[in-house]
Each structure stands twice: as C-alpha cells, then as structure tokens.
Design a protein around this ligand. Structure first.
Ligand code: XMP
Length: 321
C-alpha cells in the first residue's frame, strides 16, 4: 500500500490541521469544492477542516439516502449550523431505494450505494454547483480493508483504480487517509467539534443498509432503525466501541397472545475495539441483554427473536453486510 499511516502517537493535531488547510487551499485554488456530511466522526472532521480552508467556497450537503438513523439529517444539519457551517439536506431516498431494489448480495448492495452516491447524486450536485472537487473522510482502515479484499468500503475509489474525474466528473480529496479512528478523534477535538461528535461511535457509510441482510427496502430499514434506537439508548452507557442492530433475512416461528407468529429476527452486536481492525464482544450484563430483548420484541413490530453475537473479529466483521 502506497499510503503511509500516521499513528496517534506521531500525530500533532494542530500541525496536521494547519498542513491540511494549506493542502486543500493549494489543490482547490480559486475554485470551489463540495462535501457530504453524514454526522460521523470522519465526515464531520473533513467538513470542519474544509470549512476552515475554504469558507464559503465549500458547499456541504447531507445526503438523505433513507438509510440514516432516526431524525439524523435534521439533527446534524442544525448542529453544524450552530458551528457556523451551512448544510443543505438533499432528499435522495427514492434514488437509493430504487438502486437497491431486488439486490441481496452484500457486495452488490455496496456497489449500488457507491454508484448512486458518487454518480447519480454527486454527479448532479457537482454539475449544478460547478465544483471540481469532492472532499471526503476516507480513513486508513477503509483503504486497508478494501485493498485486502475483505469488504469494499463504499468510499474507496482511487485505490481500486477508479479515475473519479473520468468516471464522475470531479477529483476526490481525502485529507484523513493516513489516519485511523483514534487519530481522527484527536483532530476533531482540536478542530473544536463537540464531544457528541468526536467521541461518537463509528457508523458505516452505507448506513443502516450495512445492517439489513437480504433486500434493503424502506420497510426493512425501518425495522433496523427502530431497533437501532433502542440498542443505542440501552448501550450508550457501556462506552463500547460500537453497538448495532442487524435484521436477519430468515424468519422464525414465534408466539404472541397464545398464537403462532412467524416473525423477524434481530441480532445485537456490541464491540470492544481500538480501531475496528480487530474486536471482541462486550461482556454485557445479563439484565441488559434481557432488557434489549424485551424492548425490541415489544417496541419493534414484527420482531419475535433477539440474539446477541458472541463472535470476535476476525472471523466476524463489525457490520453484517
Ligand atoms: P467492518 O464491518 O469491515 O467495519 O468490520 C469496520 C469499521 O468500518 C465501518 N464500516 C464502514 N465505514 N464505509 C465506511 O465509511 C463502509 O462501507 C463501511 N463498512 C463498515 C464499521 O462500522 C466499522 O466501524
């Protein structure tokens, strides 16, 4: 791999920020750039860095792909507004669900999200705005896993030989590509982002689609969205690296009100990890697991089974898709 990692120990956040601001200004020149904010640590950090570098010449969009957590687009857009960064929400829900229709293979789903994001949605925004550059928060772990062929991270393009200028009509700038999560959190903190952003558990680019086995439909995403809210409420205090809910493809026989109920299965994962490269399941107290099962089966319509994953990464990965 040609990119050299800059470790948390080597990183000097203020120096890094000053260098990246200079680099972004040098590349963009007198032109303009756009970026997509998802509210995760990486995209939030890039948004702040690029805002410092370019000011009004940066246009930040929140792409509502229909796969986000509950109320996330509005919440993140208003938080950044308070930080002085205007964010425009783009409703692209239909485009993403149309592209995902009928797909069940994990890599095919990831590819559909990549194409919709970069070609359909951003291609149009770039044309409309006249920007020649897209800034994004690709990190060192994303590159490593994609190049190793483990999982195609949705934001990896150049390292797979994709010429973005030719394919999509713009150049991609990736200021965080040498950093892993702990280093990015340090940069986010130094940039003055609030703790709810810099200490946020990671969230995947393909969003809740990474947690739906089988076809990704608005109805199936809604099941994961409701389960995710419960899992996040219950497990936030564990301060684990990441916690998530996954909807399985198979149904199982359950019972409700004394009658057979052939229903959905939700799997809960909660990870201890440093940087997502390896991980192990958190030893959650049994009462917490029981509360999760009770809440998910009563508050999420159609769910009759809740399981807790006890596998390490590897051989598991953190997300299911
Ligand atoms: P996996 O599932 O590969 O996840 O063990 C490792 C870490 O990366 C996140 N993740 C992604 N992040 N685009 C991203 O930006 C993606 O396509 C993607 N897939 C997984 C995951 O949540 C975990 O923190």
């Amino acid at each position: 791999m040609l990119i050299k990692e800059l470790t948390r120990e080597e990183l000097q956040p203020e120096k890094f920020i000053a260098e990246k601001i200079q680099e972004i200004r040098a590349i963009v020149g007198s032109g303009s750039a756009i970026n997509a904010l998802s509210g995760g640590v990486d995209s939030s950090t890039v948004t702040m860095l690029a805002h410092r570098a370019l000011g009004e010449r940066l246009k930040t969009y929140f792409i509502d792909n229909g796969l986000m957590r509950q109320d996330e687009p509005q919440r993140i857009a208003s938080l950044f507004k308070t930080l002085g960064v205007p964010v425009e929400i783009v409703d692209a829900r239909k485009q993403f669900f149309d592209a995902l229709k009928g797909l069940i293979d994990p890599e095919a789903k990831r590819e559909a999200i990549t194409q919709t994001f970069y070609k359909a949605v951003f291609g149009r925004l770039v044309k409309a705005s006249g920007a020649k550059y897209l800034l994004q928060g690709t990190n060192y772990t994303d590159v490593e896993e994609t190049v190793a062929g483990i999982k195609r991270q949705h934001n990896i393009l150049e390292q797979l030989g994709i010429d973005t200028l030719q394919a999509f009509g713009y150049t991609v700038i990736e200021p965080l590509i040498q950093l892993r999560k702990p280093a990015i959190r340090a940069v986010a903190h130094a940039l003055g982002l609030p703790e709810e952003i810099y200490a946020r558990p990671p969230f995947p680019g393909p969003a809740l689609a990474a947690r739906v086995l089988g076809e990704v439909t608005p109805e199936r995403v809604e099941v994961v969205r409701k389960a995710t809210r419960i899992v996040e409420e219950e497990l936030q205090r564990t301060r684990a690296f990441q916690y998530l809910a996954i909807l399985h493809e198979d149904k199982v026989t359950g019972m409700r009100g004394g009658r057979r109920d052939y229903g959905l299965q939700v799997e809960v994962r909660c990870w201890e990890s440093e940087d997502a490269q390896t991980g192990s399941p958190t030893r959650l107290p049994y009462e917490v697991l029981e509360r999760l099962a009770d809440r998910i089966t009563t508050e999420v319509p159609g769910v009759v089974s809740v399981t807790y994953n006890i596998t390490k990464k590897p051989p598991s990965t953190i997300e299911a898709v």
